[in-house]
Write a protein that binds this ligand. Structure first.
Ligand SMILES: [Zn+2]
Length: 190
């Protein structure tokens, strides 16, 4: 699947939003990718997950586990894991700390792919990698449907995305849209 084909799916699903958004990272941006609008179509989710799995397999052996941060990454992990024929886990926050719950476990030495829907700064992916390692796993690759950092995120393992965008992000104090008095929206809040 080419970058153009991936972005065409996002556009046709209305998942590429324009406005003034506060991202999970706390940064502000004029563009937001609402992956849920793509993943609501199971056919798109399966095709994207399968394409990401294939891309990651070019750089690392088939893992035992695919793990993602909740909520955004859950469907991505599930579809990548389905394509690979392995388990899909997710980490979630309790009192602000990302952890494995619900009886999920990783056996010592199990290879893990860490995936997300969108990578902006790599913060959530990095945290999820740490969860996998603390549980005994070995992270061999990271992946995302879309990397909006322009490919600048260095996670210390091969990192693959189906599309790489270069979308400017701003700290709130340096945000031109804030300076212009535009109200900021937290995506997904409505
Ligand atoms: Zn702003």
């Amino acid at each position: 699947m080419t970058q153009e084909e991936v972005l065409a799916i996002f556009k046709e699903s209305g998942a590429l939003l324009e406005g003034h958004f506060r991202l999970t990272s706390g940064l502000h941006s004029g563009r937001y990718l609402q992956c849920a609008l793509v993943l609501q179509h199971p056919g798109h989710a399966a095709a994207l997950g399968s394409a990401l799995a294939a891309r990651m397999l070019e750089h690392a052996a088939r893992p035992a586990v695919v793990i993602a941060p909740a909520l955004g990454g859950i469907l991505v992990a599930h579809e990548v894991a389905r394509a690979l024929g392995v388990r899909a886990l997710f980490a979630e926050r309790q009192d602000g700390v990302l952890m494995l719950r619900r009886g999920f476990r990783i056996d010592p030495g199990e290879a893990c792919f860490v995936v997300e829907d969108v990578v902006t700064t790599g913060g959530s992916t990095r945290e999820t990698m740490e969860v996998a390692r603390q549980a005994g796993g070995i992270v061999t690759a990271a992946g995302a449907l879309i990397d909006r950092s322009g490919g600048r995120t260095d996670l210390g393992v091969p990192t693959l995305a189906l599309a790489v965008l270069n979308v400017p992000n701003y700290a709130p104090e340096g945000c031109p849209m804030c300076r212009a008095g535009n109200p900021v929206v937290k995506p997904g809040s409505r």
